[in-house]
Design a protein around this ligand. Structure first.
Ligand code: B12
Length: 226
């Protein structure tokens, strides 16, 4: 079992989507829980990829292939995670996306998956999402939480732009805003008026639970609840 996870991690690192799909399937068949596979193979694999890029050993095409391998493996795990979630009560509604101008999706998608697996109803708007679309979706889904991802120093300011747009639309009071991505920080969250900076996908679940729990009346109703 440990072997399969090691091989899966390697398939991410070398950017082999077909191998990643096969190994993810094997892991499930061997009884590995999807969250364990994500935490022990996919995440550390992407970490290695990022480190190699930063050391100049990997280039953009390597990153694209690793991202593709990561996505195919996630596509195997997601239905299983979601099936488990269906049996649970929805804890809240989250609208999440990567801000305008930014196409980094892996971290945002991981956070979305972890939140879904933990029992939140998640609306993932994808990447390069304009402020207006966040506002519309918050209105439409009556979300409790908005998650804003930005990986570039040039796009992180759009996290602040979205918060301003939520204020202008009169929605800021009804949602908690969490931000994440490499250039963000607790200080940045404070500057732009976000409720929290979150460092990684595991922390996201705890932080969102905490933010909603502290909201008046304890657990919040989700917009999607019937
Ligand atoms: C993979 C990658 C890419 C891939 C993205 C593929 C994809 N489909 O997503 C591609 C090749 C497309 C790419 C393109 C570019 N990239 Co790039 N990329 C990366 C890289 C190596 C890894 C990012 C990643 O996926 N990490 C793995 C995930 C799991 O981690 P994560 O994203 O940090 O997410 C975690 C946390 O941050 C947090 N989090 C993230 N988002 C959110 C949101 C919420 C709500 C919460 C709660 C938490 C949270 O939780 C996540 C899970 O634990 C980083 C380097 C790095 N170390 O970050 C550079 C990096 C981000 N890229 C960089 C650059 C410069 C670019 C390009 C401009 C390159 C170019 N010259 O074209 C373009 C920009 C394109 C654009 N307009 O967006 C720079 C940014 C520098 C800066 N300070 O602005 C970095 C830091 C590399 C570097 N050191 O130079 N990139």
């Amino acid at each position: 079992m440990g072997d399969i996870l090691k091989q899966l991690q390697e398939a991410i690192i070398i950017g082999e989507p077909d191998q990643a799909r096969g190994l993810a399937t094997q892991a499930l068949e061997a009884g590995v829980a999807p969250l364990v596979a994500i935490e022990e193979a996919l995440n550390p694999g992407m970490q290695v990829v990022g480190d190699r890029y930063e050391r100049g050993e990997y280039f953009i095409p390597d990153l694209m292939m690793a991202a593709e391998a990561m996505k195919t493996a996630m596509a195997v795990f997601e239905p299983v995670l979601m099936a488990r979630q269906e049996q649970r009560q929805v804890l809240g509604t989250v609208v999440i996306g990567t801000v305008e101008g930014d196409i980094h999706e892996i971290g945002k998608s991981l956070v979305a998956t972890m939140l879904s697996a933990a029992g939140f109803q998640v609306h993932d708007l994808g990447v390069d999402v304009p402020a207006g679309e966040f506002v519309e979706q918050v209105q439409e889904t009556r979300a409790n939480v908005v998650g804003l991802s930005a990986l570039l120093t040039t796009t992180m300011r759009n996290q602040g732009v979205i918060i301003e747009a939520l204020k202008e639309a009169g929605l800021r009071e009804q949602v908690k805003v969490i931000i994440g991505g490499a250039p963000a920080s607790p200080e940045w969250a404070q500057i732009i008026g976000a409720d929290a900076y979150v460092e990684n996908a595991n922390e996201a679940v705890a932080v969102v639970r905490g933010l909603l729990g502290s909201h008046k009346g304890g657990k919040m109703r989700s917009g999607g609840e019937r």
